[in-house]
Ligand binder design. Sequence first.
Ligand code: SAM
Length: 205
Amino acid sequence: MINTTGWNRLRYTLYAPLYDTVAERAFRRPRRLALEQVHWQPGMRVLLVGAGTGLDLPWLPRDVEIHATDLAPAMVKRLVQRAEALGMDVQAEPMDAERLDFPDGYFDVVVMHLILAVMPDPAQGLAEARRVLKPGGQLCVMDKFQADDRPSGPLRRGFNAVTSAIATDITRQARPLLEGAGFVIEQDTPVLMGSLVRALLARRP
Ligand SMILES: C[S@@+](CC[C@H](N)C(=O)[O-])C[C@H]1O[C@@H](n2cnc3c(N)ncnc32)[C@H](O)[C@@H]1O
């Protein structure tokens, strides 16, 4: 199975020009529903991890401080262009989700959309999200997950060998991952394709 940070940087650099065509319409409703679960307040400091081309930006409140990071500079470049087109002030920079260059307890909200099923080590990504969140801070997740109460069968694991290399892992389980990282899940909503894609709101205790 190919899923390394180097491979993801390369493939998302190649995917960048096509990303919006594939992902914008398909995930519009799921990302809106996920972001609606967050308890927003003016002045909050928000981090988008693996922010891609910035498809979340139109659904964010205008009165919050937005930071956006992604592994692939080509995705960050498109995000900056989107922010400018929307007239939004966004601090964007390339960064590995497994090593966030922010202080402990810096953010009120961390958004991880369609990245936990992509990055090679989601537990490390969640440990970093937890570290940079304030106590009581909110984690907003939207992604593809295997059901929490049963592991993937052989067919799904076989299919996953292909999907995880070119698109996304489909065998990861949300609750074990989030609770294992020390988050308390407050909302867990199926948002697309039955319960394959879920929107979760969790809190750092
Ligand atoms: C499926 S896209 C999702 C983009 C965006 N969050 C969205 O909802 O449209 C996955 C993104 O994660 C980024 N990515 C993959 N591995 C990463 C890592 N280790 N650190 C930061 N970003 C990563 C990719 O470059 C890509 O932009």
